[in-house]
Design a protein around this ligand. Structure first.
Ligand SMILES: *Cc1c(COP(=O)(O)O)cnc(C)c1O
Length: 391
């Protein structure tokens, strides 16, 4: 497990922390089941390490696209895998081939799935997606009853689930934050979901076994959204979806983005650092070079804003962030070649921390984009501090 790359820049993923986050989520939502979202390379954490480790602690796994589901099967994952995004008719056969759960959001895909399953003599597992106010994909709640009626005719589909997705569940129920509406759009979406589910009550047909709606924000803010299963994404990785969510459980970030100084020099006052000559020191200073840049996902648009931990102490990043490198102003401190750098995460002894929220603010984005943007050139190193401590 601990094969460190040659490159000193890597993302260290603490598997024990991920497990702790799942355990905390589970205790909050029980008896609801937990589907963890491993889309987008496990939110940048490296699905090849995260998926096999976490599989025993979850009920289901969610991904966005077919290819991600197939990749998980090829990794040996055997738990149910829900592909949440839309698909094309020609791709439906792969859901059968790889035993993936198909999200059905249209009559067209419903019919194709029934045909493909019937031709193969096997059932395709599906979850029906209800659009309750996102206008992305899904059968709109006010048109759902005829669709659900139609779904009952499909003899070759195993309708395991029915679900919806929130557009802004981070808005607190009692949210009086000035820029946000005081009513909760998520609550409105929930009642629309109930309107769709009323079909089953009215017809006496049992509801699909898994009704689910809750992403991370809803898990934190809206207990009435849990139903039979929840779908945590960002909070599984230890990051809150928004500043405004409630925090009923403790979660910890699992990713530490590390590097080392590969160069360090004295720069004299007035000599500009990096492309564009945007910044020069007012007095002579020590400038360190870090082998990590925007091609690694360290956003160029952050230039001049971040703090970076060198030997556990924060220093300002200065000058343009380059494709492969960036510079840090060490002031009068000395830090030589090989000095320990943390771009994201907590220093184990000084406790200094740079969060995904910090990077998001510097980059003008959200923590999701920060994490999913750590590029393929950055090796993922999986550690398990919890297990290591027990040895
Ligand atoms: C990504 C995703 C989630 C997880 O969202 P978070 O905000 O990261 O918790 C849940 N459900 C669906 C359908 C998703 O695509």
């Amino acid at each position: 497990m601990n094969t460190y790359p040659l490159r000193p820049t890597f993302a260290q993923i603490d598997l024990g922390i991920l497990k702790g986050n799942v355990v905390a989520i589970r205790s909050l939502v029980k008896p609801a089941k937990v589907l963890v979202m491993l889309k987008a390379n496990a939110y940048g954490h490296g699905v090849e390490g995260v998926a096999p480790y976490i599989e025993p602690f979850v009920d289901q796994i969610g991904v966005a696209i077919l290819d991600e589901g197939i990749a998980l099967r090829k990794l040996g994952i055997s738990k149910p895998i829900l592909v949440a995004g839309g698909t094309l008719p020609a791709l439906v056969r792969y859901y059968l081939q790889y035993d993936l759960t198909l999200t059905v959001s249209s009559y067209e895909i419903l019919e194709v799935a029934e045909q493909v399953a019937s031709a193969a003599g096997k059932k395709i597992k599906i979850h029906i997606k209800i659009d309750t106010g996102m206008e992305r994909s899904g059968i709109r709640w006010y048109e759902s009853h005829p669709f659900l009626e139609k779904s009952l005719e499909c003899q070759n589909l195993d309708i395991e689930g029915i679900y919806t997705h929130f557009a802004n569940s981070e808005t607190l129920e009692d949210g009086l934050v000035d820029k946000k509406p005081a009513f909760s759009y998520a609550s409105q979406q929930l009642s629309r979901f109930e309107e769709a589910l009323a079909f089953y009550r009215q017809t006496g047909v049992p509801t699909p076994r898994l009704r689910h709606t809750a992403n991370s924000a809803a898990i934190l803010n809206l207990p009435e959204s849990y139903y039979d299963m929840v779908r945590p994404g960002v909070m599984f990785y230890g990051v809150y979806p928004d500043d405004e969510v409630k925090r009923p459980i403790r979660i910890e970030p699992a990713m530490t983005w590390r590097s080392s100084l590969v160069y360090s020099k004295r720069t004299l006052a007035g000599n500009p650092v990096s492309y564009g000559s945007l910044w020069a020191p007012k007095q002579d200073t020590n400038i360190g070079t870090i082998p990590c840049g925007y091609a690694d996902g360290y956003f160029r648009r952050m230039s001049g804003q971040p703090y970076i931990l060198v030997n556990g102490k924060p220093y300002p990043q200065v000058g343009r962030i380059c494709m492969d490198q960036c510079m840090v102003d060490l002031g009068q401190d000395n830090a030589g070649l090989g000095s320990e750098v943390i771009l994201l995460g907590k220093h184990p002894t000084t406790g200094q921390r740079i969060t995904a929220e910090n990077l998001a603010q510097w980059a003008g984005t959200n923590p999701y984009e920060v994490m999913t943007n750590v590029s393929a050139r950055v090796p993922r190193v999986f550690v398990n501090e919890e297990a290591d401590k027990r040895l």
